[in-house]
Design a protein around this ligand. Structure first.
Ligand SMILES: Cc1cc2nc3c(=O)[nH]c(=O)nc-3n(C[C@H](O)[C@H](O)[C@H](O)COP(=O)(O)OP(=O)(O)OC[C@H]3O[C@@H](n4cnc5c(N)ncnc54)[C@H](O)[C@@H]3O)c2cc1C
Length: 516
């Protein structure tokens, strides 16, 4: 399947000035890595919507780091390895937990307003599968927003970083085994834009939109993995998609996340009969690892034929809930749900991709000059199941390392071959007259993935879904020249990767659970 040949190069290609570093994406990984790379050269940061549109913005619970006196990086290591179900890359986790506290202190120095007590000590929360209070948070449950706005302000002010918003990166520019930049579409412009760069850093986030019920924002369409795959980069662990156990099941805000921290503060899961069920499934009850809680909820829903279960907080004081979880409280209130007075309807939703573009411990991919950081990357820290609040930390620790590796590469770079960017050289193709059925295909894909590649999987369902998605890919006969159709292509590509990997892994492990 040659997906590259489907791009429509009957459009002109405008070649822009070359940059030292191209960073794609403006979540925590893109912003932080851009700031670090800018210490070594000129950075161009491209993002497909506004600078603050990202999954990072919505992160609630916080960022994990062994900062408490009773804590230790070795304990954080053990908890991360246990959650990862035997598939974490140990050296990567050692780096995460040992370098993590330094990176988090750097965020403090940058001015991220993490919550403190009256004496000025950092407030640390506890989340599922962490043995102690280890999670820094900001604004109660608005940690991601605080990090995002602090970093994006710094990026905007930085003299060596140029940001371009509403630029959709479509593909990588490669020759042989080397990446030389990206090809993109800018909103309102009728040409391809070729951005040459010595080092290209993908920070495009996750792929939750491939599923019908997800906590992820609309931008999470798996673009980075799909374009890296088209360029021949190795990907890994794609079968491991984490489902967050408690996403709001409500038509006004489907998939809105009810943070793990809510269970950390005493929230109890009950079924439609009002029975608390988690103690039957795991000794840690509501604070068991996410995959276990998600499967338990799924089993209860199936057993009782319901679409959701409930998170009961009615035994906790209303004042406390309002102060501790201001965003969640206000969002639920806007949906007509009073979390202090009634149980909140929740169901598991696609949340985080442990798999992605395979990298080493320096963010380097199998393609020279191409780096991947944040959720789009798979460096092995999360194994088969990510420990809560380790994702933001991963983006910082490995973003720092990737920036250093990319800087060393840029310093001894031989120069970008200009002929790559001549208009018309990139496989021109005539426009198709066939109508595009993007919305319908997208909906079918998402429902199929939810049903067959969700919390519980089965050989037959996986094979059926893979066949159907393969057909959808083959039937895409139009040339790709707009964001909507390219996103659909990317979603189908990553769905196919998830299904292929899930079929190959015959065992159940971490977030990948097979019934057959
Ligand atoms: C609701 C929610 C709550 C969460 N809570 C926590 C938490 O408390 N703690 C924790 O550790 N993790 C949490 N996570 C996970 C964590 O937020 C994400 O894994 C992390 O923020 C990913 O950061 P990132 O920079 O890799 O990607 P993102 O923050 O998603 O940023 C990706 C960026 O890439 C851009 N982009 C994508 N494709 C393209 C393209 N083709 N061209 C140009 N730009 C593109 C997007 O617009 C976006 O700006 C949560 C996730 C969600 C959805």
């Amino acid at each position: 399947m040659n997906l590259k040949s489907r791009l429509d190069f009957s459009l002109d290609v405008t070649v822009t000035e070359a940059s030292d570093f191209i960073v794609v994406g403006s979540g925590i990984a893109g912003l932080y890595t851009a700031l670090k790379a800018a210490e070594h050269g000129r950075v161009l940061l491209l993002t497909k919507e506004g600078l603050d549109t990202s999954a990072t913005y919505y992160a609630q619970g916080g960022i994990a780091a062994a900062l408490a006196e009773e804590d230790d990086p070795e304990l954080h290591l053990e908890d991360t390895l246990a959650a990862g179900a035997g598939l974490c890359r140990r050296e990567a986790v050692e780096i995460l937990v040992r370098e993590g506290p330094r990176r988090v202190r750097e965020l403090l120095d940058m001015g991220v307003p993490f919550d403190r007590d009256a004496e000025g000590n950092l407030l640390l929360a506890r989340e599922g599968a962490h043995r102690c209070r280890r999670i820094l948070r900001a604004g109660g449950d608005a940690t991601g927003k605080a990090i995002q706005t602090t970093l994006s302000c710094m990026v905007k002010r930085h003299p060596d970083i140029r940001c371009m918003e509403r630029v959709f990166v479509a593909d990588l520019l490669t020759s042989g085994d080397t990446c030389h930049g990206v090809l993109a579409l800018q909103e309102g412009r009728e040409t391809w834009l070729a951005f040459p760069g010595k080092a290209t850093i993908l920070a495009t986030g996750g792929l939750g939109q491939v599923y019908a019920f997800t906590t992820n924002p609309a931008v999470a369409t798996g673009d980075g993995v799909a374009m890296a795959c088209r360029a021949g980069a190795e990907v890994a662990d794609m079968e491991f998609v984490q489902f967050h156990p408690t996403a709001l099941f409500h038509p006004r805000q489907p998939g809105f996340l009810i943070s793990e921290a809510v269970r950390g503060e005493g929230g109890r899961l009950i079924n439609h009969r009002g029975e608390r069920f988690m103690p039957r499934y795991h000794p840690q009850a509501e604070l068991a690892p996410r995959d276990i809680v998600s499967r338990a909820i799924f089993s209860e829903m199936r057993r009782h034929g319901t679409d959701c279960v409930y998170l009961d907080l009615t035994h906790l004081p209303g004042r406390f809930l309002k102060d501790r979880f201001p965003t969640i409280y206000a969002t639920l209130a806007a949906c007509g749900v009073d979390m202090a007075a009634e149980p909140v309807p929740v169901a598991p939703a696609a949340h985080y991709s442990m798999g992605g573009i395979k990298t080493n411990l320096h963010g380097e991919t199998s393609i020279r000059g191409l780096y991947a950081v944040g959720e789009v990357a798979c460096n092995g820290v999360h194994g088969a199941n990510r420990l809560a609040s380790n994702s933001l930390l991963d983006a910082l620790v490995f973003g720092y390392r990737a920036a250093a590796a990319a800087a060393a590469y840029v310093q001894c770079h031989p120069g970008i071959p200009r002929e790559l960017y001549r208009p018309g050289k990139l496989n021109p193709r005539a426009r198709s007259e066939e109508p595009l059925e993007i919305e319908g295909t997208r909906r079918r894909l998402r429902e199929l993935m939810q049903r067959e590649a969700g919390v519980i999987r089965h050989r037959e369902g996986l094979a059926r879904a893979k066949k159907e998605i393969g057909q959808m890919l083959d039937n895409l006969s139009f040339p790709f020249r707009d964001r909507q159709s390219l996103e659909l292509l990317n979603m189908l590509t990553v769905a196919h990767l998830i299904l292929s990997a899930a079929e190959q892994r015959k065992e159940s492990r971490g977030s990948h659970y097979r019934l057959d």
